[in-house]
Design a protein around this ligand. Structure first.
Ligand SMILES: Nc1ncnc2c1ncn2[C@@H]1O[C@H](COP(=O)(O)OP(=O)(O)OP(=O)(O)O)[C@@H](O)[C@H]1O
Length: 609
C-alpha cells in the first residue's frame, strides 16, 4: 500500500518531488533512497497466494518425479515375478503425466505472476508519466523515460517471482541441512558454519557492486533511448546536416557503457559463484581434516563423518541457487530504483485525463492578467515583469511582440502548465490556480505553434480531445475549419492514416486539424499560437475564416504572426520584453505605437497575392 514516503507500485500521489538529480548521468533525482528488498517484495506481495500455489505445484511435480524411480523398481520387480505389466506400467505412465502436468502448471502459474508484476509496474509508470507536470517533462529525456517503462520493468519479471522462490527454497533447504548437521556433530558444524559465514560476508560485499553495475547499465540503456529519440525527432535535419555518424557515435558510446557494466556484472557474479563453490571445497577439506582427527581420537564415528560430508555435497545445490537468486535480485533492485525515481517526480493533480464536460453552454470566457510575474525556474531570467491586461468574453484578441517577448508563455500560464511566480491570472474572475484543473482545461482549446498531429487516423486525431463527439459534430467542425476538401481528397477520408506527426499533411492543414480538434472540445476560450511559416493564399484565407468563425461563439486569443490576423482582431496586446507596451486596434496602434508600426510593416507575414 502507498505510504507517505514510498509510493506503492501502480500509484501516484500528487505531491512535490525532489529537484533534478544532476549528480549522475541517468539520475532523475539525487535523493531517492536505494531500493531494498522490502520495496521489491511489495511488487510480489499482492500475488503471494498464487506464488505459494505455484511453488506447491512445482514442488508436487518434483515429488512425482522422485516417485518415478520407486515406481520403476516396482515395474521391474513385477516383471521378475512374472506378473502382468499392465497395471504397473499404466501407473508409471500416469505418474509421469501427472508429474509433467503439475510441473507445467506450476511453471505457468509462476510465469503468469511474473507477467502480472511487470504489467502492474508498467501501468503505474505510464499513469505517473502522463500526469507529470509540464515543467518536469521540460527537463527530462523522453527516451530515458521510455526505457524505464519498457526495459526496466522487464527486469522485474523473473526477479519478483522465480528469484524470490529460489531464494526462499534455497534458504529453507540450507536451514534444514544445518539442522540435520547439528545432530551429526557440533564441532564439524562449527567448522562448516565458519566457512559458510566467510562466503556470506564475501557475497554481501559483492551484491551491492552487482546492483550498482546493473543500475549503471540500465542508465546507459536509458541514454540510448534518449539518443534515439533525439535522432528520430529530427531525422531529416540529421540527414541534411550529415550528422548520422555523430549520432551513431553517441549511441555506440552508450551501448559500450552498457556492455562494460554488463561485463562488470558478469565478473562479480563469477566471483560470487566461485567463492561459494570454493568455500564448500574448503569446508569439505576442513571437515575431512577435523573429522578425521576426531575419528582417530575416537570422538566421532566414521559413518557420522561420511554422512556429514554427504550433507556438505548436498548443500552445494541450495547454496548455488540461493547465491544465484541473490545476484539476480540485484537487477530487480536496480530496476525498482529507476522506477521509483519516476514515482517521486511531481505530478499534476489527478484526473486531468477525464473527458471534457460540455461547457459550451457557459458561453465565452473572460481572461485577465493582473501584475503577473513569471520565470521558468529559480535560475532562469524573468519572462514576465508585471503583465496586466483584460480580454472580455468573445471576439478575437491578438498578442504581438518581438520574438522571446513571452507571448507563448502567456498561454502556458492560462493552461496552468506552470504556476505564475507572482500576480493573478483569472478566468471568469477566478484565479486559474483555484480552478479544478480538469474544469479549467476542459473550457480551453489550445493550438500550439507547431500544431502537433499524432500518428493515427485523421478521425482519431480530431476525436482525441472529445471522444464522445457525434458524427454530425465532427462533420460540422470539419466544415468550419475548411477541411472538407482535404477529407474528400484523402483515400479513406477521415479514416486515412496521417503518419508520424501528421507528416502527410501540409503545415496549414496540420494547423487547421489542430484547430478542429480544439473546437470539437467546444471551448469557451480558444488559444491559438499561429505558425510562423508562410502559408499559401488558400490556406491563409481558410485559417483566417476559421479563426473569425470561432471568435463569433468563443473567446479567441491568438499569438499573431500574420497581418491578416491582427487587422481582423478586435484588440491587440503588444508585448515587449515581458511587459505590456500597448493595447488597441490595428488602426490605433499603427497611429500611436512605434514598435507595433515596425512589427506590422517588417515582421508580420503578409498573405501571398
Ligand atoms: N520551457 C521553457 N523553459 C525555459 N525557458 C523557456 C521555456 N520556454 C520559453 N522559454 C524562454 O522564455 C522566454 C519567452 O518565450 P516565449 O516562447 O514565451 O516567447 P515568444 O514571445 O512566444 O517568442 P516567439 O515569438 O519567438 O515564439 C524566451 O526567452 C524563452 O527562451
Amino acid at each position: 500500500m502507498a505510504n507517505a514516503t514510498t509510493p506503492a507500485p501502480g500509484t501516484g500521489a500528487d505531491r512535490p518531488g525532489p529537484r533534478a538529480g544532476h549528480g549522475l548521468p541517468g539520475r532523475l533525482a539525487d535523493d531517492v533512497p536505494r531500493a531494498n528488498m522490502r520495496r521489491l517484495l511489495e511488487y510480489a506481495a499482492p500475488h503471494k497466494g498464487v506464488l505459494i500455489a505455484g511453488g506447491v505445484l512445482a514442488f508436487a511435480g518434483g515429488l512425482a518425479g522422485l516417485a518415478q524411480p520407486v515406481a520403476a523398481k516396482f515395474v521391474i520387480d513385477t516383471l521378475a515375478a512374472g506378473g502382468s505389466l499392465l497395471v504397473p506400467l499404466a501407473g508409471l505412465t500416469l505418474l509421469v503425466l501427472v508429474g509433467a502436468a503439475l510441473s507445467a502448471a506450476g511453471h505457468y502459474v509462476m510465469e503468469r505472476v511474473a507477467q502480472r508484476v511487470v504489467l502492474t509496474a508498467r501501468r503505474g509508470l505510464v499513469e505517473r508519466l502522463l500526469r507529470l507536470r509540464v515543467a518536469e517533462v521540460d527537463r527530462l529525456k523522453p527516451g530515458d523515460l521510455m526505457s524505464r517503462v519498457t526495459a526496466d520493468t522487464t527486469l522485474l519479471r523473473s526477479v519478483a517471482t522465480t528469484s524470490l522462490t529460489d531464494a526462499v527454497s534455497g534458504a529453507l533447504l540450507i536451514v534444514g541441512t544445518v539442522i540435520v548437521m547439528v545432530f551429526m556433530d557440533a564441532v564439524l558444524l562449527g567448522v562448516t558454519a565458519g566457512v559458510l559465514a566467510g562466503i556470506a560476508v564475501l557475497v554481501l560485499l559483492i551484491l551491492p557492486r552487482i546492483r550498482d553495475a546493473i543500475l549503471a547499465s540500465q542508465d546507459a540503456v536509458g541514454e540510448m533511448g534518449s539518443v534515439l529519440e533525439r535522432a528520430f525527432g529530427a531525422f531529416r535535419t540529421i540527414k541534411a546536416s550529415g550528422a548520422e555518424d555523430g549520432e551513431i557515435r553517441r549511441l555506440d558510446g552508450a551501448a559500450h557503457r552498457a556492455y562494460r557494466r554488463g561485463v562488470d556484472v558478469a565478473g562479480w557474479e563469477a566471483l560470487a559463484g566461485t567463492a561459494s563453490s570454493l568455500a564448500l571445497q574448503i569446508a569439505f577439506l576442513s571437515v575431512l581434516g577435523v573429522g578425521g582427527a576426531r575419528v582417530a581420537a575416537g570422538e566421532l564415528e566414521v559413518s557420522s563423518m561420511i554422512a556429514f560430508l554427504l550433507l556438505l555435497f548436498y548443500l552445494m545445490g541450495p547454496l548455488g541457487s540461493l547465491i544465484g537468486a541473490a545476484t539476480q535480485l540485484q537487477s530487480g533492485l536496480a530496476a525498482v530504483h529507476r522506477i521509483d525515481e519516476v514515482a517521486t517526480l511531481p505530478a499534476e493533480e489527478p484526473g486531468t485525463g477525464a473527458p471534457a464536460p460540455a461547457t459550451a453552454a457557459a458561453g465565452p470566457a473572460a481572461v485577465s492578467f493582473r501584475d503577473v510575474e513569471f520565470r521558468y525556474g529559480d535560475d532562469r531570467p524573468t519572462v514576465h515583469h508585471g503583465v496586466s491586461f483584460d480580454v472580455p468574453p468573445g471576439g478575437l484578441t491578438a498578442v504581438v511582440g518581438p520574438s522571446g517577448a513571452g507571448k507563448t508563455t502567456l498561454f502556458s500560464l492560462i493552461e496552468r502548465f506552470y504556476p505564475a511566480t507572482a500576480g493573478r491570472i483569472e478566468l471568469d474572475g477566478t484565479d486559474v490556480a483555484d480552478w479544478p484543473l480538469v474544469a479549467l482545461r476542459a473550457g480551453i482549446g489550445y493550438v500550439e505553434q507547431d500544431a502537433p498531429v499524432l500518428d493515427g487516423t485523421l478521425r482519431e486525431n480530431l476525436l482525441m480531445a472529445a471522444p464522445a463527439a457525434t458524427e454530425d459534430e465532427l462533420a460540422a467542425v470539419v466544415a468550419r475549419t475548411r477541411l472538407t476538401e482535404l477529407v474528400q481528397r484523402l483515400p479513406d477520408g477521415l479514416d486515412t492514416q496521417i503518419g508520424h506527426r501528421g507528416i502527410t499533411l501540409s503545415g496549414g492543414e496540420r494547423q487547421r486539424v489542430a484547430i478542429a480538434r480544439a473546437l470539437l472540445r467546444r471551448p469557451r476560450l480558444l488559444l491559438l499560437d499561429e505558425a510562423t511559416s508562410q502559408l499559401d493564399a488558400a490556406n491563409e484565407t481558410a485559417l483566417k475564416e476559421t479563426m473569425l468563425d470561432a471568435a463569433a461563439t468563443t473567446t479567441v486569443m491568438v499569438v499573431a504572426h500574420r497581418l491578416s490576423t491582427v487587422t481582423s482582431a478586435q484588440r491587440i496586446v503588444v508585448l515587449e520584453a515581458g511587459r505590456v507596451r500597448a493595447v488597441g486596434t490595428h488602426a490605433e496602434l499603427v497611429r500611436d505605437d512605434e514598435l507595433y508600426r515596425d512589427l506590422a510593416t517588417t515582421q508580420l507575414l503578409v498573405a501571398p497575392a
